[in-house]
Design a protein around this ligand. Structure first.
Ligand SMILES: [Zn+2]
Length: 872
């Protein structure tokens, strides 16, 4: 209905309505299931048996048959169906194939076009990791062993809990009933409609859900308790294992603020009666935007006296991400998994905007630069992939959740378009899109059409290059000056790669933001052809071709312009300075420009306290320091790096000052950490002194500062110090402390102590709800002890990867080669990885190995160039 109104408006304005603005029909979506039978409503009743890790269920589905058919096909996995009936009558045959994850029902006589009912009973499994309905063991606050039931359906695991049409285009209503112990609480997408207690069991029925895809179903049950509030007609709840619910107070307050902002931004009020946030202990990773019932790993939702500012930032920003999905993802869903970026990039972009809006002193937008750089490093590989990637089979869908490209690159692209179109026009386009496709599905093309309409620009033509092809451009800027000093730019582009050549000769329509001079406003310029020219101020003014650092491209200035920029570095607006640092470092890494061009910029920071710029510099210095380890030039480089960081440290000191922003405090911790790693004796001495005080009174170091101080102490620990750090870790009073203190132990440099650390990471000292921590601990150990970490990983891989469930193949294929490149022969890493992931992950392995080879080659080059620079 809303769609029709949008088309009418377009027609009235004389703009040709694109066919993609027509109402969504399932034919538009690829998928394996036939489209001739469509589910309209499910009624599902389950009885979980937690002790036996099994369940029984009864299911009835109202179907629309769109073309007469003798067979009905849908998804199932590990389920046995019996008593199958079609319109109340037995069927000819029921065949379930777990390998294909399909059940096919042959009818006695073909079903006519119209509405029918399919019903059956079934038995199934409760999973032990977060796929489908899973049982999560944990120790409650009193230390007693408990189990919680929860669900994780995205991408394709609803079929593990109940047979269904498990593809995103098949929207239907769901009425869920579950029978659980009477002492348990249960949470679903919708409020509870009915609760009937019989003996020691309770049967709970939730209200019918709105029409939604199966991957958004949520059900949690266990010894849970909640805190709640009502605002503007929406009921908010934060659920946690009993005894921890009050740690959800900040999250509850955040949720109220974020929802009110989003109601306004989307101009479409949150459509469900309630929004619950459920803190799931343990193995469950990250968070999931189930409509009306968002699940979070409890460490990303709950805060205690042990929590640091980083914990608080994580909670707010992840809530802002998951809540953005309540519109983009849940109310409007991508038609198929090849458009998963529509969900994820949008939610990440919106979350950054909201986090920045409500927490200005975090400088959150600027901090997004780190994610953007991470995405650009991944996307500068020959083997990178487009944001929109072909997913033929929904089983590949899980692998398309690539955080660097799907989330971070997509987010940066949206930010670039928002700047180019203007924030108001961009928002109006989003509003039109949400309104047109509410309770339906949409494609990337639909979003571009909505933005075309709101902005009057051909957004689709500009956007295609950014989402449909891999990589991004390097813009070359050559300035010429007339006799009066007026500057004309000549602009050209080619794909930026860290190594290798671009065989496709890709090109982009690039929305540049040009600023000449340090105070002037930037102006937008669309770069569409090679050797395009544009006037840009005066030749003696600094120049930014990526003003505001909003573009997803790199810029290379001619030598004279770079010299003017370097001279004026201290006067540049912060984001322009960050863009220049990022680009110059990337040009050095790619071997395009020499190392001194970057070091000259870093050296001109002086005592300036721009957090994001310093974090960029600290990252580059850390890369060089890692390369120099074990070489004769290491100490000379460390001394040089310390001398760059010292002026900032002298401004900052050890202790936070009153009214200091969170961003400046973050900078202090970063600089101290770097100086500690670089072996600064005064820093190490002070850290030891503070640790000694901490041992007698933990309150002497604030939660914000504990990690850096304990890390510096651990790096330099002897056996006795290691034992006191270990005692601190064992005595951690909650999971937040457990995670922080055990992580610090892994920074140890002494090889014998490192072996002890590895054994600790694998021991039962780590409580079951922190199971996923083990892999992270071994990863930290790999920084100094590659061989030890690698061997412990491959010897225990199954157990270490179990908490990561569906994401485990991506971790192995891509992240293992990226972590283990400096101490293990690459052929050994590659052989092991290929033998331990499914064959269809081959491209992911190629990406991981490309990065491993690049880092190895870069290491030698950086050592050579750094030593030459320092002996000049
Ligand atoms: Zn998301």
């Amino acid at each position: 209905m809303h769609t029709q109104r949008l088309i009418l408006t377009l027609a009235a304005l004389g703009v040709a309505a694109s066919p993609a603005l027509a109402a969504f029909s399932p034919e538009q979506a690829p998928g394996r299931l036939p489209k001739n039978v469509i589910p309209l409503s499910y009624t599902i009743a389950i009885v979980p048996n937690v002790a036996a890790l099994s369940l029984t269920g009864r299911e009835s589905i109202v179907l629309k048959v769109r073309a007469a058919t003798g067979t009905i096909q849908f998804n199932s996995l590990n389920e046995k169906l019996h008593d199958v009936r079609f319109d109340g009558k037995p069927v000819k045959k029921t065949m379930s194939n777990d390998k294909a994850q399909l059940t096919t029902i042959a009818l006695i006589k073909p079903a006519a076009v119209g509405t029918h009912t399919l019903s059956f009973s079934y038995s199934g499994k409760i999973e032990e990791s977060a796929q489908g309905l899973f049982a999560q063991p944990y120790l409650d606050p009193s230390g007693a062993k408990r189990t919680l039931l929860s669900t994780q359906m995205e991408a394709t695991d609803a079929r593990r809990m109940f047979p269904c049409w498990d593809e995103p285009a098949f929207r239907a209503t769901f009425r869920l009933t579950a029978t659980v112990p009477a002492g348990w609480a249960a949470v679903g997408n919708m409020p509870i409609a009915k609760r009937v207690v019989r003996g020691n069991l309770a049967t709970i029925t939730f209200q019918d859900s709105p029409r939604m895809p199966s991957y958004l179903i949520e059900f949690s049950a266990g010894e849970l308790a909640q805190i709640s509030a009502t605002k503007n007609g929406t009921q908010f709840g934060v659920w946690a294992v009993r005894g921890l619910e009050n740690n959800g107070a900040t999250a509850l307050a955040n949720a109220e603020i974020i929802l009110a902002d989003y109601n306004e931004y989307f101009a479409y009020p949150y459509p469900l009666p309630k929004l619950d946030s459920i803190a799931v202990p343990g193995g469950f990773q990250g968070a999931m935007e189930n409509w009306g019932a968002i699940t979070y790993n409890d460490q990303t939702l709950l805060l205690s006296a042990s929590s640091s500012i980083v914990n608080r930032q994580t909670v707010f920003s992840i809530q802002a991400h998951e809540m953005a999905h309540q519109w983009n993802g849940d109310l409007v869903t991508m038609a198929w998994w090849d458009d998963i970026w529509l969900n994820e990039s949008f939610a990440s972009w919106m979350a950054a905007k909201e986090t920045d809006l409500r927490n200005p002193d975090w400088k959150w937008s600027e901090a997004q630069d780190e994610d953007k750089e991470d995405a650009m490093s991944a996307d500068a590989r020959v083997t990178s992939h487009p944001i929109q990637q072909h997913v033929t089979d929904e089983l590949q869908a899980t692998n398309s959740f690539d955080p660097q490209i799907t989330y971070s690159k997509g987010q940066a692209i949206l930010r670039m378009f928002e700047a180019f179109l203007g924030a108001d026009k961009f928002r109006d386009g989003i509003r039109g899109y949400i309104k047109a496709f509410a309770y339906s599905n949409a494609t990337t093309g639909d979003l571009w059409n909505a933005l075309n309409f709101s902005s009057g620009q051909d957004v689709r033509a500009i956007a295609a290059g950014w989402t449909e092809q891999a990589g991004f451009p390097l813009v070359s800027v050559v300035a010429s000056c007339d006799a009066a000093g007026a500057r004309t730019l000549q602009l050209s582009q080619k794909r930026f790669l860290l190594q290798g050549v671009d065989k496709q000769q890709a090109s982009w329509k690039i929305p540049l933001q040009i600023r000449s001079g340090s105070d002037a406003a930037a102006h937008a310029l669309l770069l569409t052809h090679q050797d395009q020219t544009a006037p840009a101020g005066r030749c003696d003014e600094p120049l930014s071709a990526n003003a505001g650092a909003l573009g997803f491209y790199r810029t290379r200035y001619d030598a004279a312009t770079l010299a003017v920029n370097t001279r004026n570095f201290g006067r540049l607006p912060d984001p322009d300075r960050i863009a220049l640092l990022d680009d110059q470092w990337a040009l050095v890494e790619a071997g395009i420009d020499p190392l001194p061009t970057y070091l000259a910029l870093a050296a001109s920071m002086g005592s300036d306290l721009d957090t994001t710029a310093w974090i960029q510099i600290a990252g580059a210095l850390a890369t060089i320091e890692y390369a120099e380890r074990g070489t004769p030039g290491h100490e000379a480089f460390a001394a040089f790096a310390r001398s760059l960081l010292k002026p900032a440290f002298e401004q900052l000191g050890w202790n936070a000052k009153p009214n200091e922003t969170a961003a400046v405090q973050r900078l202090r911790r970063n600089v101290i950490r770097q100086l500690g790693t670089l072996g600064d004796p005064a820093i190490i001495e002070e850290a030891r002194k503070r640790f000694a005080a901490f041992l007698s009174d933990h309150k002497s170091i604030s939660p914000d500062d504990q990690a850096i101080i304990l890390n510096i102490v651990a790096q330099n620990a002897d056996a006795a110090t290691f034992e006191s750090l270990h005692a601190v870790a064992r005595a951690g009073k909650d999971e937040t402390e457990t995670r922080r203190y055990y992580a610090a132990l892994m920074a140890v440099r002494d090889p014998l102590l490192a072996q002890q650390a590895a054994q600790i990471a694998l021991s039962s000292e780590i409580p079951p709800q922190a199971d996923s921590l083990r892999l992270q601990l071994l990863q930290r150990l790999s920084d100094r002890h590659q061989q030890l970490s690698w061997h412990e990983f491959i010897d225990n891989s199954e157990r270490l990867l179990k908490p990561f469930a569906a994401n485990a193949p991506l971790i192995v294929a891509q992240y293992m080669p990226e972590a283990y490149w400096s101490g293990i022969p690459l052929s050994e890493v590659e052989a092991w990885v290929r033998a331990h992931v499914p064959a269809e992950m081959g491209e992911n392995v190629d990406r991981g190995m490309e990065t491993a080879r690049f880092k190895l080659a870069e290491k030698d080059r950086l050592v050579r160039d750094t030593d030459a620079y320092l002996h000049r």
